[in-house]
Design a protein. Structure first.
Length: 367
């Protein structure tokens, strides 16, 4: 039977969630399936989807918020549904999941799949009053509404356990398709005259880029370059911090890059300092390029990928001093992280598109 497959990601910007959906969509047979991509506002992957196939239908809802898209989303999905097809709607991220269930749960002949990337309990943490109230409401709605979904997918074992405990529903754990292909394992860690340190991700507070920059002001060498590939709302604040710490000639904020593979290839060390994570694709990508990894021990997929420290070094969230010590240890002796990299590389094959595509399709095909 022909399938109408509808992906909904409210903010379709460059990043991990967008990359995962795009990679998954490239495997879908468009001769047997119709594919729709819905976003709120501009879809930054629009050209990538269209270059892959003109058959992919891009729908951009002209609303300022996920909640504001409620009625438009409902009407757009109704227009797509065909009673002679198997119709599947896949919502991504908790705000979108709540809106999707409220808008679509009563529509007939529609399989509703929700994907959650983070531990829901993180919504209970206090960052500021406005976000706390909003997140608390979403948390309560999730606990009540997730049972109406036909299937729930988590991106990490940590999120699976968290969602099951809170919602009392069954959750399927499927890692996102982080890799298109596995690269050859290199057991020799290259030693450049200059230490090239890399991070890849959005410039938002939760990614901890400020923690990484602060840590580099403490290491006992000036012979390094820290490259940040990504963009976002914190760029101005980060530039100010770089200037204050006199690291202007040491830190490069490149924005989103088309040559990110080249950056991985030419780097010596990958660092990651998120406060919370769903599933950090960039860590898997770094390991695939044979880069040793130092990352924060935040909730989510980070510890899973790095096998609780066996596949890379971990440091406490938001602790730039311990991160600096970890980087300094790598500078002084690279052999420890080399061993951990070798361990991590044995397990990253489970994060390939080919490995995970069939798992996702098994969920989508279930009636």
């Amino acid at each position: 039977m022909i399938k109408n497959i509808i992906f909904f990601l409210p903010v379709f910007k460059m990043g991990g969630a967008g990359n995962s959906i795009f990679r998954l969509c490239t495997k879908i047979d468009l001769k047997k399936n119709n594919l729709f991509i819905i976003s709120i506002g501009t879809n930054e992957y629009k050209n990538k989807f269209q270059n892959h196939s003109k058959k992919i239908k891009i729908i951009e809802i002209n609303k300022k918020s996920t909640i504001g898209s409620f009625f438009v989303l409902k009407e757009k999905v109704k227009e797509i549904i065909n009673d002679n097809y198997h119709n599947i709607f896949i919502s991504n991220q908790h705000y979108a999941n709540v809106v999707s269930i409220l808008a679509l749960k009563k529509i007939k002949n529609l399989k509703l799949v929700i994907v959650d990337r983070i531990d829901i309990s993180e919504l209970n943490k206090f960052y500021n009053l406005t976000n706390y109230i909003k997140n608390k409401i979403v948390f309560i709605l999730i606990r009540y509404l997730y049972k109406y979904a036909d299937s729930i997918i988590s991106n990490s074992k940590s999120a699976k356990k968290d969602i099951e405990e809170i919602t009392k529903t069954k959750v399927i754990n499927i890692s996102p398709p982080s890799l298109i292909k596995l690269r050859k394992i290199k057991t020799k860690v290259k030693i450049n005259k200059q230490l090239n340190i890399l991070t890849v991700g959005s410039l938002v507070k939760g990614k901890g880029v400020d923690t990484m920059i602060k840590s580099l002001s403490l290491i006992n060498t000036k012979n390094f370059i820290f490259t940040v590939a990504g963009d976002g709302e914190e760029k101005r604040n980060l530039k100010k911090l770089i200037k204050e710490l006199k690291l202007t000639n040491k830190v490069r904020l490149l924005g989103w890059c088309n040559n990110v593979e080249e950056l991985y290839e030419n780097s010596d060390l990958f660092i990651h300092a998120s406060h919370q994570e769903g599933f950090p694709n960039s860590i898997v990508e770094a390991l695939n390029f044979n880069l040793p990894v130092i990352a924060s021990n935040c909730n989510g997929g980070t510890q899973e990928i790095l096998a609780n420290g066996k596949g890379g070094d971990l440091f406490p969230v938001n602790n730039h001093k311990i991160l600096a010590l970890k980087i300094q240890r790598f500078i002084d002796n690279r052999s420890n992280l080399k061993k951990k990299l070798k361990f991590a590389r044995k397990h990253i094959n489970k994060y390939t598109v080919d490995n995970n595509y069939n798992k996702f399709m098994k969920v989508f095909n279930k009636r």
